[in-house]
Design a protein around this ligand. Sequence first.
Ligand SMILES: [Zn+2]
Ligand SMILES: [Zn+2]
Length: 272
Amino acid sequence: MSGSDATASLADGDVRREASATVRASLAQVIEVSFARCNRVVMCLALLLAVGLMVVVVWAELVYSAHEEDYCDEPLAEMLRLIFLIIIIQSLQKTIMRHCLCYDMAQDGPVEPCRVKLFRCLSLLAALVWPLVAGWMLMNSHDCSRQLQLAVAVIIGYYVTLVAVVIILPFLFISVMLCLIRRGVLALPRMPGAAPEGSLDQLPVIAFEPARFNDEPSGLPSCCAVCLDPFNQQKEIVQTPCGHVFHKRCLGGWMQVACTCPLCRSDVTGNA
Ligand SMILES: [Zn+2]
Ligand SMILES: [Zn+2]
């Protein structure tokens, strides 16, 4: 392969990765909108867990008051005091920024001064590191009161559940949906912004010719940007007015939710 060929294929790879990222972002956006109700259920669950966490923390504070003098080979009582402080700081972040750090976004604009950024970073870091340190101490404590151990274990359990509900579950949900939609297993529900019925059939069908689907600037891409599978004779290919090509079935699924090209967002129904 000559130097210029290598550069060209590198650039093609970049273009394909960019196209795939664009489609992924657009699909994820569509899925989020389609399943907004599901999202609301997750948010309600997260809110319930947050309220539950407050109850647990108050209980842990009572355990701390009753058992702070108990002998313990790890500072579990201090960890309980620390999580209480971390949660208070997290919940009063805006007030602390306004009164202690003299920063009010409404008056001073969205650009945060260094002291505010530092405060945010440190309070986030403290919240993230606490369960790790507490878990490590819990594993290494052999001679602590049962109540102290139980209080720390319950808070760590709560932390893990919160992270799963707020971050891991939505991420898995979107990824699985994305995969099913790309594979054609699942059709997106018809959305208000969908292309009019029959517009897919008005797009020209392009015959597959290996020489044309070569990823060259003058040719066509070798893969469909929606499902990422290479084009071949088996699946019908259509071309949008903007010149982009997709599997007919893939674009059909897409047009259930939008009338714009998944890649360049121009109108695929031919209207400007
Ligand atoms: Zn496809
Ligand atoms: Zn396009």
